[in-house]
Design a protein around this ligand. Structure first.
Ligand SMILES: [Zn+2]
Length: 115
């Protein structure tokens, strides 16, 4: 069953056609500040249900990932970018998903700080 997610105020909402049981927690400069718990998907499984006008985009370093966050409440439900294989991917922040028991996710720790 697809999962629904949103920022706190609801200006950004998404549907992800997946049932994640695992997530990645990364220690890089942005992930540790934001507290992301990420699952990765392809654009065909991700539907943005709200307007891009309400999203602010932040990029840094090599600018390969477009970190999206809400202009109003500041939550960061997802990011978009290009994967190592050159294909478009979506990184979905499961902390913004509804009905996902974060304590039951298998967490993979990724050492992004060393890259
Ligand atoms: Zn918001």
């Amino acid at each position: 069953m697809p999962i629904q997610g949103s920022c706190h105020c609801g200006k950004i909402a998404y549907t992800l056609d997946a049932e994640p049981t695992e997530a990645m927690e990364c220690n890089c400069s942005i992930c540790r500040r934001k507290g992301y718990l990420l699952t990765f998907s392809t654009p065909d499984k991700f539907t943005l249900k709200t307007l891009r006008d309400d999203i602010t985009v932040y990029t840094f370093n090599k600018h390969v990932i477009r970190h999206q966050f809400c202009k109003v409440c500041g939550c960061a439900p997802f990011g978009e970018g290009t994967g190592p294989d050159g294909k478009e991917m979506v990184a979905v922040n499961l902390r913004c998903a509804e009905g996902v028991d974060l304590s039951k996710l298998k967490i993979h720790h990724f050492d992004g700080a060393s890259m």
